[in-house]
Ligand binder design. Structure first.
Ligand code: IMP
Ligand code: MG
Length: 183
């Protein structure tokens, strides 16, 4: 990460999704999930690091009993292209056969990370399995994978903020912005 503030701020090109737009949509989806899973054992599984901000807000928009768990799966490094390599470094503790599982993801880009994680989780026989993603970049997909709920579809831009990083920076922006890839 580069700690030069002027350079840091200069790379935030434009706001793609405001804090208000994001929060409004999360409230809707939280309500939808609360209605659909009422009376059922529900587990939200989020993939760190990117999805932790979305997870925190979606979790609080759900008003029924619900557990959370986190996974670490790496496929991205300092560049803006997927390396294609994915490894699970931290796993959930729960017995998934006792839960309806919803994977909470920040963004589906090529789909490589999530397709591997989804396959792994489904093999553990959850009562049901769904994927919720904050952002979807369908143009970039290289594997056959779709979210059950996608809050926003965006074009092929590199975005930062609301949990999403460029070289580990910008995760703390409360909105989603386009990262300026020019010099
Ligand atoms: P995929 O395996 O190509 O779908 O990559 C998914 C992961 O790549 C996400 O969880 C993000 O960490 C990262 N990623 C993909 N696109 C972006 C982007 O536009 N900005 C920041 N991170 C991204
Ligand atoms: Mg990520």
């Amino acid at each position: 990460m580069n700690f030069d503030v002027a350079e840091y701020k200069g790379k935030i090109k434009r706001v793609v999704l405001s804090e208000e737009e994001i929060q409004r949509k999360i409230a809707e989806v939280g309500k939808q999930i609360s209605e659909e899973y009422e009376g059922q054992p529900l587990l939200l599984v989020s993939i760190l690091n990117g999805a932790f901000v979305f997870m925190a807000d979606l979790f609080r928009a759900i008003d029924i009993p619900c557990e959370i768990a986190f996974m670490v799966a790496k496929s991205y490094y300092a560049s803006t292209e997927s390396s294609g390599e994915v490894t699970i470094k931290l796993d959930v503790n729960q017995d998934l056969s006792k839960y309806h599982v919803i994977v909470v993801e920040d963004i589906i880009d090529t789909g490589r990370t999530l397709s591997l994680v989804a396959k792994n989780l489904k093999e553990r026989d959850p009562l049901s399995f769904k994927i919720v993603t904050l952002l979807d970049k369908p143009e970039r997909r290289v594997v056959d994978l779709n979210a059950d709920i996608s809050l926003f579809t965006i074009p092929d831009l590199f975005v930062i903020g609301y949990g999403l990083d460029y070289d580990e920076a910008y995760r703390n922006l409360p909105y989603i912005a386009e990262y300026d890839q020019g010099n």
